[in-house]
Design a protein around this ligand. Structure first.
Ligand code: GMT
Length: 373
């Protein structure tokens, strides 16, 4: 098939999922066209059957802001016609599903639109009433809408007061890349022998509750020698640094900033912390599980669909740092429990979220929507 993919190319779960999906589809022989502002960050080296179409946004003195969304819609329509696309897969309702809807009006060919909701569009952007109406249009005019968890499907139907069927296709993981022992060489540079490593990776938005991450670490560190590794950056970065300084923890916390290849870092950790207040799925939790790393997190959104409480990690109410810290200590102090959780985590990633199965689910959706099955 010929498939167009539009996503945010910058670092983030949705961009990672869209890019890995495109690469996997291309490896299976589909023609994949990324219609984007920039080369997606996870694309890596040249892959046969992958094309990149980058938007060239018009700027004129009379326009206060470049008409980015219209340029994107126009480019989508052009790629649909030039390359005879069967499907546009929009990763995010806003702007991509709405642009795909516009593109369909302009294109000469009857292209189908599949939209995947990743969370922030629904849980954050839809708080703005005017954007909500535009997003609702994008969702309702898509041929198929998927969400990355059942929690997000339900939330979307409630929030937009729509009965549009929203299928759940879980995010996925390449268990050959994210695997136990992928971080053997990295471990030595993160911690001394005998020290444990807690890891958090995010874009440091308020919803990630970085201060909870630090509070959990502060409690664990009082009991056993432990280091905290923080990967990423964003609006809460300085607040996080201040809290670490105020608690006198600068010596035992590493701020590594944005990192492209996280598999070795994830595999080098002992536990992943994800205490978010909002999380439609929590891709990083799945990355940790695939590496055989248990997760200490919150019960927000779709996290309980990924992490099984008491089996592959422990989940508590948002903000309950006391119990999250004692869960972490319980796992780190009990070797046989810890080893069990590690094995469960890896097994769950392989059996429930394998890239091969999820790519198959998306292919089946494309075929269905194009009347091929
Ligand atoms: O979590 C973020 O802030 C980034 C955001 C994104 O658009 O990349 O992540 C969302 O999509 C990911 C991939 O589907 C999910 O794993 C994240 O849970 C989701 N983030 C939120 O719902 C806050």
């Amino acid at each position: 098939m010929r498939i167009g993919i539009s996503c945010y190319p910058t670092i983030g779960g949705s961009g990672a999922v869209a890019t890995e999906l495109g690469k996997a589809l291309a490896r299976k022989g589909h023609e994949v066209h990324f219609i984007v502002t920039d080369v997606p960050f996870r694309l890596g080296t040249f892959i046969e059957h992958v094309y990149i179409h980058a938007i060239d946004t018009a700027t004129y003195p009379v326009l206060h802001t470049p008409p980015y969304d219209f340029s994107l819609a126009a480019l989508m329509a052009k790629v649909v016609d030039d390359y005879q696309l069967d499907v546009i897969h929009a990763h995010y309702a806003l702007p991509f599903a709405v642009c795909a809807f516009l593109a369909r009006q302009m294109a000469k060919r009857d292209v189908k639109v599949v939209t995947t909701l990743h969370g922030t569009d629904v849980t954050v952007l839809a708080q703005d009433e005017s954007l909500k109406q535009v997003m609702k249009l994008g969702i309702e005019k898509s041929d198929v809408v998927t969400a990355v968890s059942h929690s997000l499907s339900r939330q979307t139907n409630e929030l937009f007061d729509t009965d549009k069927h929203i299928e759940c296709v879980y995010n996925f993981i390449d268990t050959d890349v994210f695997r136990p022992n992928a971080g053997q060489n990295v471990r030595r540079s993160l911690a001394k022998p005998g020290e444990r490593v807690l890891l958090h990776i995010s874009n440091f938005r308020q919803v990630k509750r970085i201060c909870d991450v630090i509070q959990i670490f502060a409690r664990v560190e009082q009991e056993i020698p432990t280091r905290l590794v923080l990967v990423g950056e964003g609006p809460e970065y300085s607040a996080a640094r201040h809290l670490v300084q105020d608690l006198g923890l600068m010596e035992s916390v590493d701020f590594l900033g944005k990192q492209d290849e996280v598999a070795p870092l994830v595999a080098a950790a002992d536990l992943l912390l994800l205490p978010s207040s909002k999380e439609s799925f929590g891709l990083v939790a799945l990355e940790a599980m695939a590496c055989g790393i248990p997760v200490i997190g919150s019960t927000a959104g779709g996290i309980p669909e990924v992490v099984q409480h008491g089996v592959t990690g422990f989940l508590r109410e948002v903000g309950d740092v006391e119990r999250m810290a004692s869960d972490a200590l319980r796992l780190l102090r009990n070797e046989s429990l810890y080893v069990n959780f590690c094995a469960n985590a890896r097994q769950r990633a392989e059996t429930c979220f394998h890239i091969r199965d999820k790519v198959g689910e998306y292919e089946a959706i494309y075929r269905r929507v194009c009347g091929m099955s």
